[in-house]
Design a protein around this ligand. Structure first.
Ligand code: FDA
Length: 303
């Protein structure tokens, strides 16, 4: 992480709300379900699939968790009503994981039932390392209950992912692999990851290869073009069908790369966050990970 980003992070925290709003517009669809579905419809028209994320992580009460669940139910209804090519991504802590795991599972099951009725997939985002085992256990419990329209995210920057991935592989399974966004204790991370995001790439690639080999559908979530190219080379060398994986990118990030992939015939899914918590989300991202400060400044200079 550069000194530039480390110094910039607190400074950006002091930036006027209007400035953060301006920058975040590129990355966040808006405040409402209608704004999110409008953005998704435009992405669909341009050839992309989408994943809708309702912003808000630090849930302080079960009623707040239930409210978020209700918001996601509206999103599912809107996706089905408008015939959008979209699914949803959910953070278990937003559904109450750290308050009451059983209640969180109940909320997720409500979403899975509603999604299943419309053949919509539900992705469980992976949060910080204190949640990793809880979120794997949650997924496995839901699988045992017979839900098939659900899949987890694994983070290539964690050493433990080599072991975590094993029970999640198989035909009909669906994983997202990402590098990982949270600031974690160095001993949890693969070698070099603390100072060099490129050091995560061989691990990322190994997890993708295991998905390919086991027939697991894999969402390759990265904006790192070198890594994207390595995934393409790997898929070609193993004769993996283009329908066996998709690239996933965040709204507003590296749009030239997403366009290139679409032109080359790959499926590309765009992660579309929306919600009233846009300010909290933006600021949390900056505080949790000073690297985001650099991204925000770059975005500001180019908007
Ligand atoms: P890397 O960090 O090496 O960045 C490569 C380049 O991409 C950078 O140089 C920069 O230019 C650009 N870039 C990356 N992120 C950017 C941003 N936000 N704004 C502007 N430019 C950016 N993490 C997690 O822990 N749990 C999860 O569930 C998810 N889910 C998820 C879904 C999707 C669809 C994506 C794309 C990402 C996630 N992530 C995530 C975040 C992920 O772990 C990772 O932190 C970011 O994608 C950045 O890492 P890259 O792989 O892009 O590489």
């Amino acid at each position: 992480m550069s000194l530039f980003n480390t110094l910039l992070a607190p400074a950006i925290s002091l930036a006027p709300r209007a400035l953060i709003r301006k920058v975040s517009r590129r990355y966040i669809a808006g405040d409402t379900v209608a704004e999110a579905t409008e953005r998704v419809a435009a992405l669909n028209a341009a050839g992309f699939c989408a994943t809708v994320d309702v912003l808000g992580e630090s849930t302080e009460s079960l009623s707040q968790a239930d409210h978020t669940t209700g918001e996601y139910l509206q999103v599912l209804e809107a996706i089905a009503r408008d015939g959008l090519r979209a699914n949803i991504s959910v953070k278990p802590t937003a559904l109450g994981l750290l308050l009451d795991a059983t209640h969180c599972e109940h909320n997720l099951a409500r979403l899975l039932n509603a999604a299943e009725a419309h053949s919509i997939f539900v992705r469980i985002d992976m949060e910080d390392a204190s949640c990793t085992q809880h979120e794997i256990d949650l997924l496995l419990r839901l699988k045992r209950r017979g839900y098939n329209n659900v899949g987890l995210v694994l983070q290539a920057y964690l050493k433990r992912t080599d072991g975590d991935i094993a029970p999640l592989l198989g035909t009909g399974e669906n994983l997202r692999i990402c590098k990982g966004i949270y600031v974690e204790k160095p001993d949890l991370l693969v070698e070099g990851a603390l100072d060099d995001r490129g050091a995560i790439n061989p691990h990322f690639l190994r997890h993708v290869a295991r998905c390919f080999d086991s027939g697991t559908f894999v969402g390759v979530a990265t904006h790192d073009e070198a890594l994207v190219d390595q995934v393409i080379t790997l898929a070609r060398s193993r004769l993996v069908a283009q329908t066996a994986f998709e690239f996933q990118m965040l709204l507003g990030v590296r749009e030239s790369l997403r366009d290139r992939l679409l032109t080359e015939g790959y499926a590309v899914r765009i992660y579309v966050p929306y919600g009233k918590d846009w300010y909290g989300y933006s600021m949390r991202r900056i505080k949790e990970n000073p690297r985001m400060a650099g991204y925000l400044l770059r975005a500001l200079l180019t908007c």
